[in-house]
Design a protein around this ligand. Structure first.
Ligand code: PHE
Length: 337
């Protein structure tokens, strides 16, 4: 090959490069000239056949050509050829809005309730959503024929396992693993086979409280503690009353009402004209529970209480339908920023 032929070949390769429309079209050009069996490596092998006088100049031009091609290819490959569907940059478009999430009202209430009880010496304890029959019912002195054990009330996962229907089993977990005194609050999810309506959900949250000590603890202590909680939560003018009730694991048992925060106790639609709103179940731990978990009923005193988180959230924020709490509609949730 002569120097003139080399120049023709170089011109041709550059023209092919310019003609290639995109990266895919560049590749065959690269292979044809720079590939292992391409033109330039072949030329280098033929160098010995070039007349000796031309040889140095031939080698120089061939190397320069290779460098030129490589540089041109690199340039073409990094600057991607314009795509037909590319959207042009429009600086007049409005910016993207990065919204911040807010804390869910359920989480807010849990945090607030736990914070109040923390100050009263209660620590947060945790338990699993899947419980045993023993922890959820038997140890809580609930007889096997009690209606709450029924298929229609409880989500059973087998003969012995279930989705807990209350947070009270955490009491059992803590008492079977710890000596008194224990003073805990346990927020968590609960499950019941309830048909969903404005005030019921098959999945809801409770916060349980438990205080057991070897020093005398009375119903008066329970009431004082809950009254203190009520004032912290609802303000100084809130009233608290106990109504006799029944729970299998407390004796005596009470239901706890707070005076209506809307009418202040005179009666309105929210409290159904009664002036009171039911907030919690509570009572002194039944001696039978102590026996079942291995405490000596003669040596310990204690109370427990349990409240519905959704109920408190609804009262607190004036939410009229429990379902709003589960629909994850940002228009609703954004109001609690
Ligand atoms: N676990 C009871 C319920 O779900 C509430 C409760 C808790 C009552 C603790 C007394 C003591 O109805």
């Amino acid at each position: 090959m002569t120097l003139a032929e080399l120049d023709v070949l170089r011109e041709q390769s550059l023209a092919e490069l310019r003609a290639a429309a995109d990266a895919a079209a560049l590749e065959p050009v690269r292979i044809r000239y720079l590939g292992r069996n391409g033109q330039i490596p072949a030329l280098m092998k033929q160098l010995k056949d070039v007349p000796a006088a031309d040889r140095p100049e031939f080698g120089r031009r061939a190397n320069a050509w290779r460098a030129e091609l490589e540089a041109a290819l690199a340039g073409r490959q990094t600057v991607a050829a314009p795509r037909e569907d590319a959207v042009p940059f429009d600086p007049t478009l409005p910016g993207r809005w990065h919204t911040l999430g807010t804390m869910h009202p359920i989480s807010r209430v849990i945090e607030e309730v736990c914070r109040i009880f923390n100050r009263l010496g209660f620590v947060v304890a945790d338990g699993p959503d899947i419980e045993t029959r023993f922890n959820n019912f038997t140890a809580l002195n609930t007889p096997a024929h009690h209606p709450s054990l029924d298929e229609t009330d409880t989500f059973w996962l087998g003969a012995d396992q279930l989705l807990r229907t209350q947070t009270s089993p955490v009491q059992i977990r803590v008492m079977t693993s710890q000596k008194p005194p224990v003073r805990i609050v346990t927020p968590g999810r609960c499950y019941r086979r309830d048909t969903t309506d404005a005030t019921h959900s098959a999945n809801f949250h409770q916060i349980e409280g438990l205080y057991v000590d070897t020093r005398p603890v009375s119903l008066a202590d329970l009431k004082a503690t809950l009254a203190c909680f009520a004032r912290e939560m609802m303000g100084p003018s809130v009233g608290v009353r106990f109504r006799p009730h029944f729970f299998p694991f407390t004796e005596p048992s009470v239901e706890v009402d707070f005076s209506c925060h809307v009418c202040g106790g005179s009666g309105c639609r929210v409290c159904k004209q009664s002036g009171w709103i039911e907030i919690a179940g509570a009572g002194m731990i039944d001696p039978r529970v102590y026996q079942l978990i291995g405490y000596n009923p003669e040596e310990v005193y204690g109370y427990a209480f349990g409240m519905g988180v959704e109920r408190i959230a609804m009262i607190r924020y004036g939410i009229t339908d429990i379902r709003h709490l589960y629909e994850n509609d940002v228009r609703f949730l954004g109001q609690f920023a």
